[in-house]
Design a binder for this molecule. Structure first.
Ligand code: BDR
Ligand code: CA
Length: 311
């Protein structure tokens, strides 16, 4: 039996690669994709999700979602993923498919009911949709089996010196989710900044020649240019959160008390992770990835992308 997943994402260059990996992952059944504001505006992340699935011929429900975080962040969209989320990569507009009639929180609620305690969430953008869903349907706290999320860092940040982007965008929602009691695994910058793909990987994917592998190669090419211009490298932040769920051996994780700082003038969006287990005296509520075995991850990721769309 495949494990049922909903992927909540702000697609996003590395989100797109994570989605393609998920579609090529034999262990999981992607029941729905729910879109959220984050890397770019929600109208773009939603369009990217719909366009991507139609382009690849993947039959999956795609829902729209939250357009604003609960934390007052203003207009923060940066250059990392370009204006529309996929850098300079263009995929055709979807013609045959359309968005779900339900918004993200309803989709999460409906599928959680159907899956009877088995639903897992892969959350690779700000947590706004998940917080709204939990607020509307508190029974989700018992119905969701596990949340695997990309976000946070034990130490450091990529937006500020203490905050990672997904959590920084909407710390209010992230706090609600971390306090939910749902079992969760945090895959943060401590490991995702080491999850880098290189020219060899791009060439292997391009040579394979499938729609998904060539699209992934094009996204990597954009990332290489971005890096050359002083931006982020080809970091597979989001695909690594998927890997945590499917090939746990690629990471070393530690149990920790996890909470989110919402109030600090400089530190809002910081994930407090008490790995040592002594400083805060609170019981662990999350598993936190602290070490990556890069070769295991890279091999697995390329295999999944190559399987995407191959019936
Ligand atoms: C996270 O922010 C986005 O740029 C990526 O898609 C990833 O989810 C990394 O901080
Ligand atoms: Ca993302």
């Amino acid at each position: 039996m495949k494990r049922p997943f909903i992927i909540d994402c702000d697609t996003g260059t590395d989100d797109a690669i994570a989605l393609m990996a998920a579609f090529g992952c034999p262990e999981i059944n992607v029941r729905a994709i729910t879109s959220v504001n984050g890397n770019v505006k929600e109208e773009y992340t939603s369009a990217n999700n719909l366009n991507l699935t139609e382009y690849l011929g993947i039959d999956v429900e795609v829902a729209r979602g939250a357009t604003l975080p609960f934390y007052p962040r203003g207009d923060y969209y940066g250059p990392t993923h370009g204006k529309t989320g996929l850098g300079d990569v263009v995929i055709p507009d979807a013609k045959e498919t359309s968005f779900s009639r339900d918004m993200a929180p309803e989709v999460i609620h409906r599928i959680a009911e159907e899956e009877n305690g088995e639903l897992e969430l892969l959350v690779i953008g700000p947590m706004t949709n998940i917080a709204i869903a939990i607020s509307l349907y508190p029974q989700l706290k018992q119905q969701i089996k596990h949340i695997w999320f990309m976000g946070g860092a034990v130490a450091g940040g990529n937006v500020s010196s203490t905050a990672e982007f997904n959590i920084w965008v909407d710390p209010t929602s992230a706090k609600m989710v971390t306090e939910s009691g749902i079992p969760m695994t945090m895959v943060g910058l401590d490991v995702t900044t080491k999850a880098v793909l290189g020219r060899e990987d791009e060439q292997e994917l391009r040579a394979f020649g499938s729609k998904a592998s060539v699209l992934s190669a094009d996204i990597l090419e954009y990332m290489f240019k971005r890096c050359k211009d002083g931006g982020e490298d080809a970091l597979m932040h989001d695909a690594l959160a998927l890997a945590a769920a499917v090939i746990p051996e690629c990471l070393t994780c530690k149990e920790a008390f996890l909470d989110v700082e919402c109030r600090g003038e400089y530190t809002a969006g910081h994930t407090v992770t008490d790995i040592v287990g002594r400083s805060l005296g609170k019981a662990p509520n999350a598993s936190v990835a602290v070490e990556l075995h890069l070769d295991v991850f890279r091999k697995w990721l390329l295999e999944c992308i190559k399987r995407c769309g191959q019936a």
